[in-house]
Design a protein around this ligand. Structure first.
Ligand SMILES: C[C@H](O)[C@H](O)[C@H]1CNC2=NC(N)=NC(=O)C2=N1
Length: 120
């Protein structure tokens, strides 16, 4: 279990300060399957999760949506055939906050549950 996923998100108030590039660089190794990308000048965390079926992907999207609601922090979710793409960033900062890393780690935990064989 990634220690990041054990942390609690902090409310990100307007005027909050985002992570410095050094802080982002220090956190990225804890999310080895996530890409640090930039879209329209906004740094984000992105991971593609493969699934056997479209409906399995939808189930994962549903779980991530509930995680987002519980934490008042919402990702971009792209549901495609056999894959779900998740992108985290903090809108109020236009950049990355520790919350983005925490919730990315939580997504990894949810996905790991999908991969665990469910014995009948
Ligand atoms: C009021 C509400 O909690 C805020 O607008 C939340 C909603 N979800 C959010 N999600 C993300 N990713 N970034 C935000 O800044 C954000 N703000």
């Amino acid at each position: 279990m990634n220690p990041l996923s054990q942390e609690t998100c902090t409310p990100c108030r307007r005027g909050a300060v985002g992570l410095t590039p050094a802080e982002v660089a220090a956190l990225l190794p804890q999310l080895p399957r996530w890409d640090h990308i930039e879209i329209e000048g906004i740094p984000q965390l992105q991971r593609r999760f493969p699934f056997k079926t479209y409906l399995q992907g939808l189930k994962f999207v549903h779980q991530v949506a509930h995680l987002a609601e519980e934490n008042h922090h919402h990702p971009v979710l792209v549901l495609e055939w056999a894959q779900v793409t998740v992108r985290w960033w903090t809108h109020t900062l236009g950049g990355l906050h520790r919350n983005d890393f925490i919730l990315a780690a939580r997504c990894d935990d949810l996905y790991r549950e999908f991969l665990r064989p469910h014995f009948v």
